[in-house]
Design a protein around this ligand. Structure first.
Ligand code: ATP
Ligand code: MG
Length: 425
């Protein structure tokens, strides 16, 4: 075993009080029972950067069963690699046993039930460090000694604000192509430079993302676009050719954006998402997909309409086409794709300003999302800004004024109204 650097508290400056109390109690319980246990990964990295970690993961020499003996609220999960989840009510901490790198046991071992166990080989702390992705993600914090334990030079890289892959970057990207996306995410999110040897292969390897399970890429794309720096993420992903591996339709739309409206829409929408996240407001993946696929859906709708389909059906056909294409790379859970579809379908309702329809629309549970989307379209130059203004105002005024606004907006010549009705029946 090579000797790691041990950085004392006086140098790294982590205050143990910034580690949440429950995570500390897990570390203490495992240490007391005679096991090694450390804070690891993003938690240590973010503390060193003076950021507030979003979760605290723990690595230990104890097996999941041993963790459960020490901490009875543990649930053991996973088949290929078993993990201990230590529960505090609904909240839990991931406690992972030191793990050997993949290749150490690549002898094709299988268990009695045929399940592949080669991933389930426990290792030493050093092996656990080097199987991680980037040096800055491979730091351990020892609560006992208050030291940061560094096997890979992560502390130095963090100081130099460098993102460096552990081991041979090409090998590690081939092993798990999602690491390319993670490289972009950490570099944008934390403002780090990607070290040249880590950086260069990404340009050539983006097509490897085609082999990743679409469900995993859904999770990854949310981490990218709900990071608070969504527009910067998009630009950087495009620069490396990674965006088209995730959102091929959106990439095409950006490339063929003759009037520039779509690019503006994406830009304003992502900026808006970033703002909501900074303000602690909720964001939904449904909106992200509504935005990124919009041009494809809009163009598809026109096409189906010109072919003689009714307006509503045209949107649905175009929406189905867009999703059928998108899920080849990123699968979208049904509850989100349904909401995305509703946002698109509802864009057709803003043109109708007669009083009854307006009141009904305002009560729709998806009105707010559809309205936000329409206003972004207006800002992007796709619709007159007055359309957004009208629907903003109507939500603010009292019932009487609502009626007046609707009457002013709908020239109610009797003949017109009747002839429109007749057409519908
Ligand atoms: P975040 O702040 O986004 O949670 P994180 O570094 O904690 O960042 P996680 O996805 O929570 O990222 O993973 C926890 C740790 O597991 C990482 O810090 C890294 O050490 C390791 N890890 C995660 N994904 C990979 C991967 N694809 N390859 C190698 N190691 C990984
Ligand atoms: Mg994490």
């Amino acid at each position: 075993m090579s000797q790691p650097l041990r950085i004392p508290a006086s140098e790294h400056g982590i205050n143990p009080r910034d580690i949440d109390k429950q995570a500390r109690s897990i570390l203490q319980a495992l240490n007391k029972a005679g096991y090694e246990a450390y804070l690891v990964g993003g938690g240590v990295r973010d503390l060193l950067l003076g950021l507030h970690p979003k979760d605290f993961d723990i690595a230990t020499s104890a097996t999941p069963e041993q963790v459960k003996q020490v901490l009875p609220s543990t649930r053991i999960i996973g088949r290929r690699f078993r993990l201990a989840h230590v529960h505090f009510g609904r909240h839990y901490y991931e406690v992972a046993t030191f793990r050997a790198p993949h290749d150490k046991s690549d002898k094709g071992q299988t268990g009695n039930d045929g399940r592949i166990i080669h991933d389930n080989v426990y290792g030493t702390i050093e092996e656990d460090a080097v199987r991680r992705d980037f040096t800055i993600n491979a730091l351990f914090y020892d609560l006992n000694s208050a030291e940061v334990i560094d096997f890979t030079g992560g502390v130095k890289d963090l100081k130099a604000r460098q993102l460096r892959m552990i081991g041979d970057p090409v090998v590690r990207y081939r092993e798990d192509p999602v690491r390319m996306i993670r490289a972009i995410r950490f570099s944008v999110k934390l403002g780090l430079d990607i070290e040249p040897a880590t950086n260069e292969p990404i340009h050539h390897l983006s097509s490897l993302l085609g082999n990743i399970a679409p469900a995993r890429l859904f999770d990854e794309s949310l981490k990218l676009f709900h990071s608070g720096k969504a527009w910067a993420m998009l630009e950087k992903l495009r620069e490396y050719g990674l965006f088209s591996a995730l959102f091929p339709l959106a990439e095409k739309s950006l490339q063929n954006d003759e009037d520039g409206n779509f690019t503006q829409l994406v830009k304003f929408s992502l900026a808006n998402t970033d703002k909501r996240i900074k303000a602690g407001k909720p964001v939904t993946p449904a909106f992200l997909f509504a935005v990124l696929l919009w041009k494809k859906v809009k163009d598809g709708t026109s096409m189906y309409h010109e072919l003689g389909n009714p307006a509503l059906q045209s949107v649905h056909l175009a929406a189905s086409d867009a999703f059928a294409e998108q899920v080849k790379t990123i699968s979208v859970p049904r509850r989100f794709s349904n909401m995305t579809r509703e946002i698109w379908v509802m864009q057709g309702r803003f043109q109708f300003k007669n009083h009854r329809r307006v009141l009904g629309f305002l009560e729709n549970r998806r009105f707010r999302a559809a309205y936000d989307f329409m206003c972004l379209r207006a800002r992007a130059g796709e619709l007159p800004e007055t359309e957004c203004e009208w629907w903003t105002l109507i939500q603010e005024v009292d019932e009487q004024e609502k009626l007046a606004m609707c009457q002013a907006a709908t020239p109610h010549k009797k003949g017109n109204r009747n002839s429109r009705r007749r057409k519908h029946h």
